[in-house]
Write a protein that binds this ligand. Structure first.
Ligand code: ZN
Length: 252
């Protein structure tokens, strides 16, 4: 991980991805799914590289121009002077390397989701309709330490396997998606589902979605339309509240 290989490469074609990733980071911070830790990334099309925020920048302040480009060995290949990748950047590098079908990754430090790795005999279940996204399963990565090395990153990618999300024991979670807008919606629904389980458990015995119900939901879902609707909703809410500058509209 070195800045020595840095080569300024402000490719204008990446402006929309930069805008989307900065907006997602600020919005997930507002939702408390990211806090002082956690980060999101997006693959740079056609390259073994991705955009991600830098180590010390607040999730509330990330901007399109402050994002850095990092290769799969975690060398910074484009970014402001002195900007380093986050300490857990290997999560993104190794998942993007292992999963050609994935364009965007978020690592959360969601307190709510992590709680489901801390209770004996209780698993996170699929409760709300949008949790159909995780119908193949939500594995739990057993290593509670931060993911700092390539080997740890590969181990986490192995735990994730072909699934769309995983929990990290006593730590947080990872989610993967086909685009930045889809990743935002998944991150929101993942926490919604965890909250739904908590609320339902307070009322009575849990009744998670059945296999038949999940099949029905999968057959009737229009993911692209749903992502488009919620992305517009969250962007508008972010702009109304001042979290996202209105002039980012040109990028998004
Ligand atoms: Zn972490």
């Amino acid at each position: 991980m070195t800045a020595a290989a840095k080569q300024p490469n402000r490719d204008p074609s990446l402006a929309p991805l930069r805008g989307q990733l900065a907006a997602l980071t600020r919005l997930l911070h507002r939702e408390r799914i990211l806090n002082y830790s956690g980060h999101a990334s997006v693959r740079i099309p056609g390259r073994d590289a991705f955009l991600i925020q830098s180590l010390y920048e607040s999730r509330a302040k990330v901007s399109p121009d402050s994002l850095i480009a990092v290769d799969f060995d975690c060398n910074v290949i484009d970014g402001p002077d002195g900007f380093e990748p986050p300490r857990e950047v290997r999560i993104h590098a190794e998942i993007l390397r292992a999963r050609a079908d994935v364009e965007a990754v978020v690592h959360t430090h969601s307190e709510l989701a992590a709680a489901f790795t801390m209770v004996e005999g209780v698993e996170l279940r699929l409760m709300k309709s949008h949790a159909v996204r995780w119908k193949s399963g939500i594995p739990i990565h057993p290593d509670p330490s931060h993911i700092m090395t390539p080997e740890q990153g590969r181990e986490l990618a192995d735990t994730l396997g072909p699934h769309q999300g995983a929990l990290l024991r006593a730590h947080g979670g990872v989610l993967v998606a086909e685009s930045v807008p889809a990743l935002l919606i998944d991150a929101v629904h993942f926490d919604e589902n965890a909250r739904a389980q908590l609320q339902a458990a307070a009322i009575g015995r849990l009744k998670p979605l059945t296999e038949a119900e999940l099949e029905l939901l999968a057959s009737r879902s229009n993911r692209d339309q749903h992502v488009s609707k919620l992305w517009s909703y969250y962007l508008a809410a972010g702009m109304d509240s001042g979290i996202i500058p209105r002039d980012w509209n040109e990028l998004l």
